[in-house]
Ligand binder design. Structure first.
Ligand code: IMP
Ligand code: MG
Length: 414
């Protein structure tokens, strides 16, 4: 690697998912060798369908091989030799898998919906592979462990960035279906408020519908919690509250490790983050205001202007590095992320948020939990940490979340 390439690689690597990029590279080979860009659709349609069947077969074989590598990787983890798997050598950043991923079947399923192997000009893309991994995760849960808890990120996952969950949102009947089936549901969002009223404003459509729905029993309704500020404020559904949520005191849900997080450390960490955010905003001349909260500090644009992506990313990486390099940053978990048009640093992260939901519902296993979110890059993304606590599905829009839940319903019925 030349120095220049290495530098570019280092700078870009936080914006790539190495497992997905690696699979994409494997699929590019049969695509290049088998695609027929010069064939004419009308005249050679028979020939094209033969080629498509062949390409389908080759893609399926690659997914089967990757599936086996993941199985082997899981086995190494079980034998306490996680660094030794072949997959780890090929994709050094690869993490832990809580279930096997039936990738070959998932590919066949997605290929039926998306006709990936019929394409002649566009190779299997990042998004194709992301969606195949999601389908494989749903199949993996169905075949191996079962599913008790689904946690959802808020912005971009349930509703558009900065928007609210209104009554017309098609995700509402899907969440109600999950509750009716006895699943637990957690909304694990960075949005951090200390009072129920603020969450009611954001989530009103779902909460009102849950109250009105004749399909739900009181016990089903108890299956919903909201975890705000990543892992800082827990609310449970409560029909007797005017905001349909009530605050759950920390003593009732903190994990043992969280009890030892000291208030002084929290203040110190947020002080460091705040001064780093201020310095960065001034250095880049950003038109932002600083918002300091109980368990978070962030910058957001004045006058709703749009902050350049490069500036958001720079700010996240600066603040993350500064806090990481401080003594308190090594004692206390925190999460610095790019919220689309703001940057926040929260105490804790979604791995703690998801684990606290699991404990609150009586100790649900990580292998029986699914977190659905839109931010899974390794730096500046807040759903990424949920991978430590549960299986995950990576969606790119609220519409994809709806599709995922319908796919889950289909797969569960198989
Ligand atoms: P999420 O996608 O549901 O995790 O929500 C992230 C968004 O919540 C951020 O981009 C912010 O705009 C907003 N937000 C509001 N309060 C907080 C906070 O205390 N910490 C982090 N983000 C917050
Ligand atoms: Mg989000």
């Amino acid at each position: 690697m030349t120095t220049r390439y290495r530098v570019e690689y280092a700078l870009k690597s936080h914006r790539r998912d190495q497992l997905i990029e690696w699979i994409k590279g494997l699929l590019a080979v049969p695509f290049v060798l088998h695609s027929q860009p010069t064939a004419i659709y009308h005249e050679q349609s028979e020939n094209l369908s033969v080629v498509a069947a062949d390409t389908h077969q080759r893609y399926a074989e690659i997914f089967r091989d990757v599936e086996n590598l993941i199985r082997d990787h899981i086995q190494h983890d079980r034998e306490n030799t996680p660094g030794k798997s072949k997959l780890k050598l090929l994709v050094p950043t690869v993490g832990f898998f809580f279930t096997p991923l039936p990738l070959e079947d998932a590919f066949k399923w997605q290929d039926r919906q998306r006709f990936i192997s019929r394409r002649r000009f566009v190779a299997p893309s990042f998004n194709d592979i992301r969606l195949i991994l999601n389908s494989a995760q749903l199949l993996g849960l169905k075949r191996n462990t079962g599913l008790d808890l689904v946690t959802f990120d808020g912005d971009v996952t349930l509703y558009d960035d900065g928007a609210c969950l209104t009554l017309d949102n098609p995700v509402i009947p899907r969440i109600i279906r999950l509750l009716r089936q006895g699943h637990k549901v957690g909304i694990v969002t960075a949005a951090g408020y200390t009072d129920a009223e603020k969450y009611y404003e954001r989530l009103r459509g779902l909460l009102d519908e849950m109250k009105a729905s004749p399909e739900l029993t009181p016990a089903d309704r108890q299956g919903l919690v909201v975890m705000g500020g990543e892992s800082n404020f827990l609310f449970r559904y409560d029909a007797s509250s005017p905001h349909l949520l009530s605050y759950v005191p920390r003593a009732e849900w903190l994990l043992p490790e969280m009890v030892s997080w000291k208030e002084d450390d929290i203040t110190e960490l947020l002080d460091i983050a705040e001064s780093s955010l201020r310095a960065c905003a001034s250095n880049l001349n950003l038109p932002v205001a600083v918002l300091r909260k109980d368990r978070a500090v962030g910058v957001y644009p004045l006058d709703r202007s749009k902050i350049a992506r490069e500036h958001l990313e720079e700010t996240v990486l600066v603040v993350q590095n500064t806090v990481e390099g401080s003594a308190v940053g090594s004692r206390l978990p925190f999460c610095a992320f790019n919220g689309g048009n703001d940057v926040f640093v929260d105490i804790g992260d979604k791995s703690w948020g998801v684990r606290a939901c699991q404990q609150y519902f009586g100790g649900i296993e990580r292998t029986r939990t699914l977190h659905v979110g839109d931010q899974f890059l390794s730096a500046g993304a807040n759903d990424f940490k949920a991978r430590l606590a549960s299986t995950t599905a990576w969606i790119a829009s609220p519409g994809e979340t709806v599709q995922l839940l319908d796919e889950l319903e289909q797969i569960q019925g198989l």
